[in-house]
Design a protein. Structure first.
Length: 103
């Protein structure tokens, strides 16, 4: 790699001029009577997010030991799926989803 004198040209650069300050937002004025409004209204989206958070909190945690055991049995070819149990849970999930849509 060839090193030339282009590095010395860096010293010739001029520093940037300071940027103009952004205007500060005016402080919010208190509501009538001198007190700030203490009510908080949630949008439908934030209310839905709170509902989803509580539903997620109620879900069971993932048992990583069980996941790894299933992974190993699949890799070894020894995993036996219970087709009846899978079908029942799949149908229950579909019914639950349809019930949620009907509400």
């Amino acid at each position: 790699m060839k090193i030339d004198n282009s590095i010395t040209k860096l010293g010739q650069l001029q520093p940037e001029e300071p940027r103009a300050r952004r205007p500060q937002a005016a402080p919010a004025e208190p509501a009538k009577g001198g007190q700030a409004d203490a009510r908080i209204e949630l949008t439908p989206a934030s209310a839905q997010l709170q509902k989803l958070e509580s539903q997620l909190a109620s879900l069971p945690e993932i048992d990583m030991n069980k996941v790894e055991a299933v992974r190993q049995s699949i890799a070894n070819g020894t995993f036996n799926a219970n087709e009846d149990a899978i079908a029942e849970k799949l149908l229950a999930s579909v019914v639950e989803g349809l019930q949620r849509q009907a509400k």
